[in-house]
Design a protein around this ligand. Sequence first.
Ligand SMILES: C[S@@+](CC[C@H](N)C(=O)[O-])C[C@H]1O[C@@H](n2cnc3c(N)ncnc32)[C@H](O)[C@@H]1O
Length: 454
Amino acid sequence: MKAGDDIFLMWPGKEADFPIPKAAKDKTKDLIYPCILTERTLFTPEITERKVSPAPTNRCFLGDNLEFMQQLITEGYENALDLIYIDPPYMSSATYHAKTVIESKNNKQFISRLAFSDVWNNDIKNYLTHIFPRLQMMHRLLKENGSIFVHLDWHISHYVKILLDEIFSPEAFINEIVWCYSGGSGAGRHFQRKHDVILWYAKGPGYIFHPQYRPYSEGTKQRGLTRVKGDKYRLHEKGANLQDWWTDINKILSPTARENLKFPTQKPVDLIKRIIVSASDPGSLVADFYAGSGTTAAACTELDRQWICCDASPLAVNTTVCRLSQMKNQPFIMETDNDYITQSSAKVKIEAVKTQASDNKTDLSIQIKEFTPLQENIASNSPAAFIHFWEVDLNHNGVNFCSDVQILRNSTKYDDSLCLDIMVRIPAREQLTIAVRIHDLWGNITTRKLEISS
Ligand SMILES: C[S@@+](CC[C@H](N)C(=O)[O-])C[C@H]1O[C@@H](n2cnc3c(N)ncnc32)[C@H](O)[C@@H]1O
């Protein structure tokens, strides 16, 4: 199909030359060295060599993705990305919450935390005004042989398809992938809506594609192809070429599934892995600018790709950081636009003491003695119940937080099982400054610097 260059989607507010926001001013840049602890055991982290130069390629940004993409362009990332997968809001006119139960000895409290809003004042124009400049920016960031996969559903995919035709050209449209899933749903005067669409556009004709295969049906295996196609054709040893409708990967439905991180709209990692293996190579740089729970970064880690991810929701980024720490990932940069986080006003008491010192080693005991979030009307006997996770910089330089150890939960239950008391063995130093950062259930952070004397 050759669509004319003069077919566009227009709406009041569409800017031909969109205003490019200045990259966020008040930003912090931290480094995360995945290294998790879930219980009090004497632990010796590898903190002797902090590889800040060259800086890790993998990076996660908390803040607005338009600002982040602008920053990437000023840093020289134009034409640098091999693959972009995005799963933006769908214009579903809903807000999404992560629901949690805080459990203590004698009570259970249900709390609901806003993950993100997809309301747009119920006006499609607002959505289009959001997505259009961001898709333009993504086009700039892709390499000539790069591809973008845009994950949407029936609410808005038809509008976004026309925007993508405008930005990438109709000829750049490679596939509309239909992802079918099952799961319960209410009655309605329509067929049950049980698929999403993933629009694949390539920036140039030399795009990467590695065909994927599916098993032949039993019937085909028994019959072979020969009866229909003649003797020339044989069954392919890897299976049949995969079609553009996928029915073999279901939504994450079970609340107890290992993969389920309780982030609403979380996508199955197998779905993103299929996209990544099809349209990139090992070592490729893959980005997700609506990262949610970090599924793309997790998939990249498993598949040996480099990644960049961004989300405007502190809850999403907290979930991502925990997830990647657990994967014993490579070190990554965590950048934060400080407008997107709230320093918590919690009552906090942290104690760090030297328990033993020898010529070249010091043992430290670090303990959170109190953590009471003031702004929430909830009660628990244990400070641990309010903490998502906490991290420690064992050699704080006063500027960047270098997370040497992350203390995570063993389960997704918010009870007193999170370890609040750790023991670490570190190289002896005359001046000992550490920093402790606590991420609470609502995505607020509390950072405390501690000078440790003998
Ligand atoms: C559908 S969810 C993504 C879910 C993700 N694919 C996963 O597997 O967990 C969409 C995400 O886009 C984020 N988002 C919305 N607007 C954004 C913006 N302007 N900048 C960055 N992230 C944004 C939301 O916070 C939300 O986490």
